[in-house]
Design a protein around this ligand. Structure first.
Ligand code: ME8
Length: 517
């Protein structure tokens, strides 16, 4: 067992009624970037993703497809697994809620809730949205064209059936106390305020079982009921680490989770229901739920009916995987809504990846290749300018770490790019191509400083654009064993005399194909 500090991060588990789109790719990407950063920073990381396969919505999709739900979920779940591979995600596990280990976990948490006296049998009469898999109170709904519409825009149906209820109303004070004692449980803070006002407004007991269809986990001891899909789905986070065996090595190590990453649409389930279920079951609550914003496409809401769903595979093919990863993490302050536009995508990849970083590395490595025998040059004494550049890059680890710990991915990239720009101004100021004739020894020092600055910049950028940076580090002859943050800064300085392979650009420019007028 590793002595490293554990770090457990999860994505929502995605409904298999849909093919994966940019929204799914975005949430998992954010987790992947954080998981990679934490691993490089010496943490023992578990990064979980998977698919949510029960409930009425999935049952209906299977029916429409004309196959039984199990065969349907087998097929569609695979699309999400494939996406993870194509996006270079480093998830350690992929959970499916139809797995046996998960059914056992759900039934166990149910029994704990029963034993605690927090579940009772009654009858549900109210509104339900299949699209959201959520119950809505009359007061939350709007009338539109003679139909009732949920705040999310989804249609609702009137449902009347016997149902077990979870005594959510009894948890209001304890939830508010929990938020007070854990000011960073819900981030960003604006979302935290929304949740606390919602809870302060009073909570109703929550229907946690259904009888009108069968596709779900059986309620223990009552064959007529299946568990509400959200109680089933949320439990995935503990199934994957060995629950109900709370002595399981992984449960002991990774629970409570460090971050549940979710979209703002599903914050209530994670920040209200989930901690209440866990507290009632006598289990620890997660440390943080981070709710990110939603993407629109060229200013429009993304929806199947508008036909403007963004296919992550198409983006990858057009712009490149690392380019897309960079764009999604850089364009929008993480937590805010954002707009995807092709012009913004091209601007970022050409301006920031190809020009700022790519050209810097290419220029410096080519000069070393031509003028230093293709070896890391021996530096002389460092000038103030040299020391300042290296200090700026060395200082990045601390500032980027802080930004990553707040899930402020755009801030991390901003800080890195400000040092990349500093390195570019240093090149202009020091003009190594002039030094080549006037002071070759000084040229060597300047190129050494630049090469080591690029090494630092590359090390810290790895989580965001892993493939391209892997190539950049190969070109600096930084071995696999020297790429984690133990080697960051002084500890891993490049050794003069190290041979470098021939440099090649790692961030291609995107040139738009001419479109016919
Ligand atoms: O809600 N922009 O699954 P889901 C950004 N199964 N993110 C988006 C997005 C957009 N336009 N559209 C979707 C579920 N997302 C449940 C979760 S967890 C115990 C159960 C992302 O397939 C966002 O993260 O509807 C959102 O929360 C998630 O996809 C919803 O995925």
């Amino acid at each position: 067992m590793s002595d490293n500090k554990p770090f457990y991060i999860t994505t929502p588990i995605y409904y298999v009624n849909d093919v994966p789109h940019i929204g799914h790719a975005y949430t998992t990407l954010a987790c992947d970037v954080l998981a990679r950063f934490k691993r490089l920073d010496g943490f023992d990381v578990k990064f979980l993703t998977g698919t949510d396969e029960h409930g009425q919505k999935v049952e209906k999709s299977a029916e429409t497809a004309g196959i039984d739900p199990q065969a349907f979920t087998d097929k569609v779940s695979q699309n999400f697994r494939d996406l993870a591979v194509s996006m270079n995600f480093t998830n350690d596990d992929f959970i499916r809620t139809t797995e046996e280990r998960h059914k056992i976990a759900c039934q166990d948490i149910w029994k704990r809730l029963i034993d605690a006296g927090d579940i009772y049998l009654d009858k549900y009469a109210g509104w339900y949205s299949v699209r959201d898999e959520a119950f809505y109170a009359e007061g939350e709904l709007e009338d539109k064209d003679g139909k009732k519409i949920a705040p999310s825009g989804a249609e609702v149906d009137w449902v009347e059936e016997p149902s077990y209820f979870f005594k959510l109303s009894a948890w209001q004070d304890r939830l508010l106390e929990f938020y007070d004692n854990n000011p960073e449980f819900i981030l960003p803070l604006t979302r935290r305020n929304e949740v606390t006002s919602f809870v302060e407004g009073g909570l109703q007991d929550l229907s946690v079982s259904r009888t009108s269809f069968k596709w779900g986990v059986q309620v223990p001891g009552d064959d007529d009921h299946i568990m509400y899909v959200w109680l089933d789905a949320l439990t995935n986070y503990i199934t994957a680490i060995g629950f109900p065996d709370t002595d399981h090595e992984e449960y002991q190590k990774y629970w409570p989770a460090d971050v549940h990453m979710v979209g703002k649409d599903i914050l209530r389930f994670h920040a209200v229901y989930w901690p209440a279920f866990l507290m009632a079951a006598g289990l620890e609550t997660p440390k943080r739920v981070f709710a990110h914003g939603w993407w629109t496409n060229e200013g429009e809401k993304i929806s199947k009916s508008l036909g403007n769903v963004i296919d992550p595979l198409e983006l990858m093919e057009t712009y490149g995987l690392d380019q897309m990863r960079y764009f999604l993490m850089r364009e929008v302050p993480f937590g805010n809504d954002g707009d995807f536009s092709r012009s913004a995508m091209v601007q970022r990849m050409n301006g920031e990846l190809a020009n700022d970083f790519g050209n810097l590395a290419q220029r410096v490595l080519s000069m070393i290749n031509k003028n230093c025998d293709g070896k890391i040059p021996e530096p002389g004494t460092f000038s103030e300018d040299d020391t300042a550049l290296l200090a700026g890059v060395d200082g990045l680890l601390e500032v980027v770490r802080e930004a990553m710990d707040a899930q402020s991915f755009h801030t991390a990239l901003e800080k890195i790019w400000s040092e990349i720009r500093a390195a570019n101004s240093y090149v202009d100021r020091q003009a190594p191509w002039t030094l080549k004739k006037e002071d070759p020894d000084r040229m060597k020092t300047v190129l050494y400083v630049l090469a080591d600055a690029i090494r630092g910049l590359a090390l810290i950028t790895q989580p965001f654009v892993p493939e391209a940076i892997g190539k950049m580090l190969d070109q600096l002859s930084v071995g696999e064993g020297n790429r984690d943050f133990v080697s960051f800064g002084k500890a891993g300085r490049l050794a003069p005399g190290t041979e470098l392979p021939k440099p090649e650009g790692v961030f291609p420019r995107h040139v738009e194909e001419e479109t016919a007028a």
